[in-house]
Ligand binder design. Structure first.
Ligand code: GEK
Length: 259
């Protein structure tokens, strides 16, 4: 895999590289509807995720570096819940293994459309299969790398075990699942403290109290965080040999699970 885009910005070169500001929750909304990855969100997504996920750009860059150590010849690398393709682009820039096929999946057609533009502008369209579909329904096979970068938290908890088992089955021996999630803490005091620090992070990034509270209400039923212990137990029960946490900033964590 040749590195066609050496810039640290995964979307560098894209005509859509500018980041329109996320002001979706800046004015009072009478009725707060459940959060959706629709056209409106897609238009501001790059700004939204960079200002809302602590360590996001570090995680994206690190995913490429980690994946490069696990990608196997003649295998597939999956990005489940790819959004605009930031993690896929990081892998495309870092993975040098021969005959790797990249599969990026998202169930938001608006995301997939914009992701396609980013992949094309970066010159990687021949290397990536873009799938608009639910990650609970797709087949995973011959995989050496599977990424779920802040996606599992949007899958209903009752479906998470079967999804993790499916990923495990689709991975080759020595393959890896790279999982990032917002996390909760069983200790209520600690949980509240981490949420408060996280809100401080959002304030420092320019979000108002109104934006923070309205977004929180919109996500309440849609994004369900779990504890690190819960993730570890599920991954181990699914069969993963080694589970390690490699990153945490406030209540956001990244794990690596090896088959
Ligand atoms: C990144 N990984 O930039 N099937 C397919 N896609 C889904 C599903 C599902 N069941 N549920 C949610 N999504 C990205 C960021 S964002 C995280 C991931 C966030 C998709 C959804 O459409 C969205 O694009 C993505 O998962 C979650 O590294 O916004 O906090």
């Amino acid at each position: 895999m040749s590195s066609k885009n050496s810039d640290s910005d995964p979307y560098a070169g894209s005509t859509r590289a500018s980041k329109p500001k996320d002001d979706i929750y800046a004015t009072p909304l009478g009725n707060i509807v459940d959060f959706q990855f629709d056209e409106k969100v897609v238009g501001v997504f790059s700004d939204m995720i960079n200002r809302s996920v602590p360590g996001y750009s570090t995680i994206i860059k690190s995913l490429g570096i980690l994946a490069a150590g696990y990608a196997q010849e003649d295998s597939r690398c999956y990005d489940l819940g790819c959004s605009l393709g930031a993690a896929t682009l990081s892998l495309l820039q870092q993975v040098k293994t021969q005959n790797c096929r990249f599969v990026a999946v998202d169930n938001s057609s608006a995301m997939i459309q914009r992701c396609r533009e980013h992949i094309q502008v970066a010159g990687f369209d021949d290397d990536v299969d873009l799938v608009c579909g639910d990650i609970r329904d797709i087949n995973i096979k011959n995989a050496s790398v599977v990424m779920m970068n802040f996606t599992l938290q949007f899958v209903p908890p009752k479906d998470r075990m079967s999804l993790i088992k499916k990923i495990y089955q689709g991975l080759k021996p020595g393959g890896v699942l790279l999982l990032s999630e917002k996390i909760s803490f069983d200790d209520k005091q600690l949980d509240s403290q981490l949420i408060e620090w996280y809100h401080d992070f959002k304030r420092a990034n320019g979000y108002s109290e109104l934006e923070i509270s309205q977004k929180r209400a919109a996500l309440e039923k849609v994004m369900i965080p779990e504890s690190l212990d819960c993730h570890r137990q599920r991954l181990t029960e699914a069969g993963f040999n080694r589970v390690n946490q490699w990153f945490q900033c406030f209540n956001f964590a990244s794990m690596v699970a090896v088959k």
